[in-house]
Design a protein around this ligand. Structure first.
Ligand SMILES: N[C@@H](CCC[C@H](N)C(=O)O)C(=O)O
Length: 286
């Protein structure tokens, strides 16, 4: 029997598995099938939890195209709720190891004994090209010109464990992020591909964004994208260090600390618990 929980952070949905229950290989084909919204459970990604002890956990984060991500802000918040709600820990604060570094998660609000709002210390932002990575000479990638579809975009790139490319606009245009997103994601200057954010600054504490996620496409919200968009805006002097990030799925709160570490706060909801069917498991083991 392979059980799972499906949850979302502002419409960015993930399936959580406990590593000890998984009896099929985590191949690209299998991840794609489980995330498929017609033939599988359907989600923006998969989280595989491993418990180390009462205060430390490990996670593997998969995108729906089968690739593995270093970090995910909503994924970590969803995992933290799962850890707390299903009593993998007795603590309200604990650590999670990701491929993109160690993060601290805190349950800051509960409802009926279940986590409702989670804060994550996401780690430090870097704008250095080799750390993102972005091809070319070593530099900070701030307001660089990138030609896409005959249009020159001014991009600011950074990593918060996973890579992001941010561009600023006067008006949000959904169609534009959907058409430029895949071209930027797969541009050869980004050897590991990249997550993309279109950002409109509303005032010194508020931005609105649209997201094209690496390996997932257009999503309603993204935690690491919110951190990236807020950090790029802060670096360019467009906002203060506390930023509300408005997305189609809802709002996340970001704080950028003096050492460029970033905190992310927002709600998480469980949608359902399930069990993969025998037929599905047969396919996954094939
Ligand atoms: N939805 C996420 C980001 C998930 C990983 C991303 N697609 C990547 O490949 O880096 C979030 O909430 O941060």
């Amino acid at each position: 029997m392979v059980e799972f929980v499906k949850s979302h952070g502002l419409g960015n949905d993930y399936i959580v598995f406990d590593k000890t229950q998984i009896n099929f290989p985590l191949t690209e084909k299998n991840i794609r099938l489980i995330c498929d919204r017609n033939r599988g459970v359907g989600s923006d990604g998969i989280l595989v939890l491993e418990k180390i002890n009462n205060q430390e956990f490990k996670v593997r984060i998969f995108n729906p195209d089968g690739s593995e991500a270093e970090k995910s802000g909503n994924g970590i918040r969803i995992l933290a709720k799962y850890i707390y709600d299903y009593k993998y820990t007795t603590e309200k604060e604990f650590f999670i190891y990701t491929l993109g570094g160690k993060v601290k998660a805190s349950v800051i609000e509960e409802q009926n004994g279940r986590a409702k709002t989670i804060e994550v210390e996401m780690g430090k932002v870097t704008f250095r090209s080799s750390e993102i990575p972005v091809a070319g000479p070593e530099r900070e990638v701030i307001d660089e010109e990138l030609k896409i579809n005959g249009e020159i975009l001014k991009i600011t790139c950074l990593s918060i464990g996973n890579p992001h490319c941010v561009f600023f606009v006067d008006e949000i245009d959904e169609e534009k992020i959907k058409s430029l997103g895949p071209k930027i994601e797969n541009n050869p200057i980004f050897p590991n591909r990249i997550n993309v954010q279109m950002v409109k600054v509303l005032d010194s504490n508020k931005i609105e964004i649209r997201i094209w996620e690496r390996g997932a496409g257009y999503t309603l919200a993204s935690g690491s994208s919110s951190c990236a968009a807020a950090s790029a805006a802060y670096r360019k002097g467009l906002v203060n260090n506390q930023v509300e990030v408005i997305m189609p799925g809802g709002t996340l709160h970001i704080r950028i600390n003096p050492d460029w570490s970033v905190n992310l706060i927002g709600p998480v909801e469980e949608v359902f618990k399930g069990e993969l069917s025998e037929e599905m498991l047969y396919k996954l083991k094939d």
